[in-house]
Design a protein around this ligand. Structure first.
Ligand code: PMP
Length: 425
């Protein structure tokens, strides 16, 4: 393109940008919240108990106790997580809280009663460390940051974290005590870990030792956007086979199945890990909200019922993802500047996010331009440890909450801002 053509194009984009600014839009593509219509799919939860508070084994769900969760909820969560009921704890409304407790327990008290606390292991030498496949989930990284656990980014490939890198880092540094994973439809890049990657994860404990924990946050296990979803290998079953079950902590919740703020969460690991967790949990609570657990069991019933509900979620979500992708494809596919594409993006088979990559160095500029035009995006860098994206190129798009017409408007702005930021370098 001649410099005159480039200038004319820039001016044209700027004019369009000013026109959009004048509309004073107020749109938000930041967080992966379910839309109101998705929440309404589970409105039958309210009142479902009809005065019958007895669980399958006769427990009165209204009373104190039952730290491990109701037996039918443990059975259900075991089916969901691919575990045995004896390996499962069902908790309150937040799986993030379970993960926070797993990490703080190990940090202050050790991974079990006989183990040295992680903070003691660091000694005067420094800090313990976590591996952070990146980009990843910002709230995982905040847990490490708040405890002063050093975070080491690990690169992500199309089939999961770079396992050569993970294994060599673990061999070299015994102060690495954990790794964060979202193994299916990863937040934010949609990656599903391959069978080989999961198998290598199941053997990590042999390298990293007994005080190492894999936090396997399977938050999007059933959250498909395609007809024939990919399968994820069962980390728990493989770990049991390799004798490393203590190293695996598998997590899930119904936050994006029923109510995001009032669902149930669950965790599976070795029976001894679960027992140790319950001991410490008992310091903080006399038991979980079993009434909510019971409501969920009467509503969700079994995996086929849950899968039918997830199909209804998909019917709401899929058009939103298609619309995001349509704008990216029509607005940006095939366009280049300085010989490089204006951007690349994921086409996830499930989960809640599309990950967009600008040319290096431009993500913060695009986010700022969008904000100036009334479209809020997740701050650039927030999907990386310490909020530092080394390439400054990742932008996480979360289309679940806004309406189709809001997405339509927001994505026009987004595409325009990508062009503007790139041409203006
Ligand atoms: N893990 C991941 C990967 C998530 O994306 C989210 C929600 N954005 C959570 C956990 C939070 O789950 P919960 O509501 O059960 O705390």
């Amino acid at each position: 393109m001649s410099s005159n053509d480039l200038q004319a194009q820039q001016q044209n984009l700027l004019n369009r940008y000013e026109q959009i600014k004048a509309k004073k839009l107020n749109l938000d593509l930041t967080r992966g919240k379910p839309a109101t219509a998705q929440l309404a799919l589970s409105d039958a939860l309210d009142g479902i108990l009809q005065g019958n508070y007895a669980s399958a084994d006769g427990t009165d769900a209204r009373n104190y106790g039952g730290a491990l969760g109701l037996p039918e909820a443990r059975q259900f969560a075991a089916d969901y997580l691919g575990a045995k009921p004896s390996q499962v704890l069902v908790g309150g409304n937040s799986s993030l809280q379970l993960m926070y407790q797993v990490v703080t327990n190990a940090y202050f008290h050790g991974v079990n009663a006989g183990a040295m606390a992680w903070k003691e292991e660091a000694g005067t030498a420094g800090k313990i460390k976590f591996l952070c496949p990146s980009p990843g989930y910002d709230r995982h990284f905040s847990i490490c940051e708040t405890l002063g656990i050093d975070m080491i980014p690990v690169s992500m490939d199309a089939d999961g974290p770079d396992m050569d890198q993970v294994e060599s880092l673990l061999r070299a540094d015994p102060l690495i005590k954990g790794i964060w994973c979202v193994p299916k439809y990863a937040n934010p890049n949609g990656v599903v870990y391959s069978d080989e990657v999961v198998d290598r994860f199941a053997r990590l404990g042999k390298i990293a030792g007994p005080n190492f924990r894999i936090i396997w946050d399977n938050a999007y296990a059933e959250h498909h956007l395609v007809e024939n979803p990919p399968e994820l290998a069962n980390l728990l079953a493989l770990s049991e086979q390799y004798g490393t079950l203590d190293n695996a902590v598998v997590i899930g919740s119904t936050s994006k199945i029923t109510f995001a703020g009032a669902g149930i969460s669950f965790m599976a690991s070795s029976e001894s890990n679960i027992a140790g967790f319950v001991d410490l949990l008992g310091i903080a609570t006399i038991g979980p909200d079993k009434v909510n657990q019971l409501r969920h069991m009467r509503f969700l019933k079994d995996m086929p019922t849950l899968r039918a509900l997830m199909q209804a979620h998909r019917e709401i979500l899929q058009p939103k993802f298609e619309l995001v992708l349509k704008h990216l494809e029509e607005g940006l596919a095939g366009k280049t500047h300085n010989g490089q594409p204006l951007g690349t993006w994921t086409r996830p088979a499930g989960g809640y996010f599309v990950l967009f990559d600008t040319q290096p160095g431009l993500a913060d500029k695009v986010v700022k331009l969008c904000a100036g035009a009334g479209v809020k995006l997740t701050p650039a860098g927030s999907t990386w440890p310490y909020k530092k994206d080394p390439a400054n190129s990742n932008i996480r798009l979360a289309p679940s909450f806004p309406s189709l017409s809001e997405i339509d408007e927001a994505m026009q702005v987004f595409v325009l801002c990508v062009e503007l930021a790139t041409l203006d370098q």
